[in-house]
Design a protein around this ligand. Sequence first.
Ligand code: SF4
Length: 170
Amino acid sequence: MIICMAGVAGDSIVDGPGIRTTYFCQGCPHHCQGCHNPETWDFDAGTPMETRDLAQIARDNPLCRGVTFSGGEPFAQPEGFAELAEILKAEGYEIASYTGYTFEQLLQGTPEQRRLLGLLDVLVDGPFVLSQRSLDLVYRGSANQRILDVPESLRQGRAIPAPPRWQGEY
Ligand code: SF4
């Protein structure tokens, strides 16, 4: 399956704990004021890439144990990211995603969005809100955004924070 990409970082240390492969997709409907990546907004730009080739980028870094979907808005291309998540989850990678939607919005999302949500270990949710921006936050840009344990949140039907290593504690 094809995902339209803005870029890939094979050795990120800023998009979650450990060394991760971060997939930046192209296209975002949220247009947050102060967005750090406005060049990813345009749905007509970017480079189409096969999920099998994207998965190989994570495998190419033997230190990589987790992957992060970023953007752009990964949930605007849920079918492709669900396929990529399935491939990498089966190989033991931790799967995290950023989104401009809230967890509660995604629970009411399309079947494809809910499928992608169900494959994640961690979700960093909500739009970037400039008035709540803080440089003291770990793995997120503004205080409204939450870092959530997705399996536990789905089990309980409410937003549950991710483990301490995702909150900057070691
Ligand atoms: S959701 Fe992310 S990529 Fe999209 S506009 Fe907001 S900060 Fe930028």
